[in-house]
Design a protein around this ligand. Structure first.
Ligand SMILES: Nc1ncnc2c1ncn2[C@@H]1O[C@H](COP(=O)(O)OP(=O)(O)OP(=O)(O)O)[C@@H](O)[C@H]1O
Ligand SMILES: [Mg+2]
Length: 260
């Protein structure tokens, strides 16, 4: 689904070049739920923005659903962004003047394609995320958790291959964080979505299949949740015990990473 190979990215300020990504390698499989963690300044958002086609990178390759991003025109990149990717931002960026249903349709409105299928899918998403009763309300009239679920629903309206999220649970209480994670889980199971999430939150990350730890612009380590089985009733192992074990392993590894 996603291949990132030997990715390098520097920012230039004046004559100086500051390397941020220094040879990042990883892959994400379809329907995987992957988190990226790492210290502030390690390059997580930069990595996400390269994959999102928002900023150009210097060296290496990013291949998304068989298509290599390097060398594509602005138009081609915009098309990938609109058609293949869904975004969830930290502050959700809902439009105040639009209702919940209209907000969910925004990516389609941008494409100028609000046809019958979009109406049907928006209704399905409203019901999938338990927000149909607030479909005609405005963002200011709904709760934080409902706003998050609206943002996740919006990221899915174009049936993207992959959802990219940058700290979607930042500044949220644990109940609201759980609402976002559940929404991602739901999208994965019911809509075959792949989720790639940058987070500082080890609780949120403990729901993922795999966590990539980024340090100083390279992959420090990758941790995989044990007990994965596609045959369990939930489709994967997210029992509270298994999750808290994974969270402990994550915290230990992050501590180790910080000490080195
Ligand atoms: N547009 C830019 N121009 C110059 N330098 C930048 C730019 N964006 C980010 N940087 C620098 O690149 C480094 C990595 O930034 P990035 O935002 O990717 O980190 P991050 O891992 O997402 O951090 P955080 O956890 O704080 O969000 C930082 O040192 C930052 O100051
Ligand atoms: Mg960041």
């Amino acid at each position: 689904m996603l291949y990132v190979k030997n990715l390098h990215k520097s920012y230039r300020t004046g004559n100086k070049s500051y390397p941020v990504l220094k040879g990042v390698d990883f892959t994400v499989a379809q329907q995987e739920f992957v988190a990226v963690m790492g210290p502030s300044g390690s390059g997580k958002s930069t990595l996400l923005n390269c994959i999102s086609c928002y900023i150009p990178f210097d060296e290496g390759t990013i291949t998304l659903a068989g298509q290599e991003l390097k060398g594509l025109s602005e138009d081609a990149l915009a098309k990938i962004r609109n058609e293949k990717l869904g975004f969830v931002f930290q502050d959700f960026m809902l439009l105040d003047g639009l209702t919940v249903r209209e907000n969910i349709l925004v990516p389609r409105i941008i494409q100028g394609k609000v046809e019958k299928d979009a109406e049907i899918l928006s209704s399905r998403l409203l019901s999938l995320f338990g927000i149909e009763h607030i479909a005609d309300k405005y963002p200011a009239e709904i709760s934080g958790g409902e706003r998050q679920r609206t943002a996740v629903a919006r990221s899915l309206i174009n049936q993207p291959l992959m959802i990219l999220a940058d700290e979607p649970t930042g500044n949220l209480d644990s109940k609201s964080s759980r609402a976002v994670i559940d929404a991602f889980e739901n999208a994965r199971q019911n809509l075959n979505a792949t989720v790639f999430m940058v987070t500082h939150d080890s609780y949120a990350a403990s729901f993922c299949d795999r966590v990539i730890l980024l340090k100083d612009g390279t992959v420090y380590n990758t941790l995989e949740k044990q007990g994965q089985s596609q045959n369990t009733p939930e489709g994967h192992s997210n029992s509270p015990e298994n999750r808290s074990r994974f969270q402990e392993r994550l915290l230990e590894e992050i501590k180790k990473m910080g000490a080195e």
